[in-house]
Design a protein around this ligand. Structure first.
Ligand SMILES: [Fe+2]
Length: 384
C-alpha cells in the first residue's frame, strides 16, 4: 500500500528506546515484504512477538487438483458451495496455479477462537454478502457488500461478522498485490486518470491493544500446510505502528468506470495487479456512445491468460443465463465472446448495471475437485 499510515503511540525516532509506563522496553518489529526492499511497517509490541510455546499439529490444506490441463470453458455455481461455521474450513479452493488460489467461502461465524496468519500469500477477500469487521494487528477495517479487503502476507487477523449469510470470493496471491503501476506517479501517488484515489481507501483504525501473558492459538499457513501454534501473549498487543505495509479496504462501488465512444478493452477495468495476474472491476457504467457502436465486447483470443469472471450483481450483458455468484472460466487457447444474440441485444442500450470481478492469470488455471462439484457441465457449448 503506497501510502503512509500510523496508529497508536510511537517513539520519535525509529530503533530507539521506547518504554512502557513501568520502564520496560517495548519490542520493536519490522514487518516488511520482498526482503528489505518492499513496503514495510514498524510495530511496537507489549510482549516479544517470538514467544512460541508449542507446535500442536500441521495439516496439509493444499487444494486437490482434478483437472491439471483444462481447455473447457466452465460455469461454476458458487452459491452451491456449502456454508460452514469456521472461517477457514469454509474456504473452497476452485481454480489454482503456482501463483494464485481462487476460491469462495460462506463462513457463518465470526473468527474468535484462534488467530490466523497466511505467510504464503497476500489475501484478497471480496465481500459479496455480509457485513462485519476485519480485526488485525494493525487495527480494524469495517466491511460491507462490495468491499475488497487486501491483507498482506504475514498479517495476523481475526474477523467478525454481523451476519450469518456471508459470501466471499477470495484470492491467495503468492506475489504482493498492488494497485496498477500505470495509475501511479514515481512517488506512488495515484494520478488523475486513475479510476480511484487514496481517499477511497479504508485504512485500519481503532487499534486494539490487549496485554496479557496467556496462551493463544494461532493458525499459520506456510507452504500449503496449516500449522497450529500456541503463543504466549495476546497477538494484538501492539501499542503503535507506522509505515506502508498494512491491510486496507476498497469498495468496488468507488471504482469510477472509464467509458468511450467505442468499446473499451478490459484493462480500463483494472483495479489491482501482481506480477502473475490482474484483478478488474466491472461496474455500472454508460455504454459506448458512437452512433454505430456495439456495446457488447468483441470476440477475443485470450491466448496468454485464463480469464475468470465472478458475477456479483445486475444483468450481465454479454452472457445468457448467468446469476449472482456464478463464476465463468474462459481458458487460454480458445477464443470466447458474447453469447448468441448478446451483440445485437446490446445495440442502442444506454448503460449497464452489471457488477463483476475478473481475475486474469498469465499461467493456466488448474481445476479443483471442489470446483467440479459446482460445475454446470455444459457451459462450454453455450455459444452454439
Ligand atoms: Fe474475455
Amino acid at each position: 500500500m503506497p501510502i503512509y499510515h500510523k496508529q497508536g503511540e510511537l517513539p520519535p525516532k525509529r530503533h530507539t528506546q521506547f518504554r512502557k509506563p513501568n520502564g520496560e522496553l517495548y519490542s520493536e518489529q519490522l514487518f516488511g515484504t520482498i526482503g528489505f526492499d518492499g513496503m514495510s511497517s514498524l510495530l511496537y509490541h507489549h510482549n516479544r512477538p517470538t514467544m512460541v510455546k508449542e507446535i500442536l499439529k500441521s495439516t496439509d490444506v493444499s487444494p486437490k487438483i482434478a483437472l491439471e490441463k483444462n481447455i473447457r470453458s466452465l460455469k461454476l455455481v458458487s452459491f452451491n458451495a456449502p456454508a460452514k461455521d469456521d472461517f477457514l474450513e469454509a474456504r473452497e479452493p476452485l481454480l489454482v496455479n503456482s501463483d494464485i488460489i481462487i476460491g469462495v467461502a460462506a463462513p457463518r461465524k465470526s473468527l474468535r477462537d484462534y488467530f490466523y496468519k497466511n505467510t504464503d500469500a497476500d489475501e484478497m477477500l471480496f465481500i459479496h454478502k455480509g457485513t462485519g469487521t476485519l480485526r488485525t494487528i494493525f487495527g480494524q477495517i469495517p466491511f460491507e457488500y462490495g468491499d475488497y479487503l487486501i491483507i498482506p502476507r504475514g498479517t495476523i487477523y481475526q474477523i467478525d461478522f454481523n451476519t450469518e449469510d456471508n459470501r466471499i470470493l477470495y484470492a491467495e496471491s503468492f506475489s504482493p498485490i498492488y494497485t496498477p503501476k500505470r495509475y501511479r506517479n514515481w512517488f506512488g501517488q495515484l494520478l488523475e486518470h486513475s479510476p480511484f484515489c487514496e481517499r477511497d481507501y479504508k485504512l485500519p483504525q481503532n487499534l486494539e491493544t490487549f496485554i496479557d501473558t496467556n496462551e493463544h492459538l494461532m493458525k499459520v499457513k506456510k507452504q500449503g500446510v496449516m500449522h497450529e501454534m500456541v503463543y504466549i501473549g495476546h497477538p494484538f498487543d501492539v501499542v503503535g505502528w507506522d509505515g506502508y505495509n498494512f491491510p486496507y479496504g476498497f469498495s468496488i462501488h468507488n471504482f469510477e468506470p472509464i467509458t468511450g465512444r467505442i468499446h473499451q478493452p478490459p484493462p480500463v477495468h483494472q483495479t489491482f495487479e501482481t506480477n502473475a495476474f490482474v484483478i478488474c472491476s466491472f461496474v455500472p457504467r454508460l455504454y459506448d456512445y458512437h452512433r454505430l457502436s456495439i456495446p457488447a465486447p468483441y470476440n477475443h483470443s485470450n491466448i496468454d491468460s485464463d480469464e475468470m469472471l465472478y458475477y456479483v450483481d445486475g444483468d450481465f450483458m454479454s452472457r445468457n443465463g448467468v446469476q449472482p455468484g456464478n463464476i465463468s472460466l474462459h481458458p487460454a487457447g480458445i477464443p470466447h465472446g458474447p453469447h448468441p444474440g448478446a451483440a445485437e441485444r446490446s445495440i442502442g442500450q444506454k448503460g449497464s448495471e452489471e457488477l463483476a470481478v475478473m481475475i486474469d492469470t498469465f499461467k493456466p488455471l488448474m481445476v479443483t475437485e471442489n470446483a467440479l462439484k459446482l460445475d454446470d457441465g455444459d457451459y462450454y457449448q453455450s455459444w452454439l
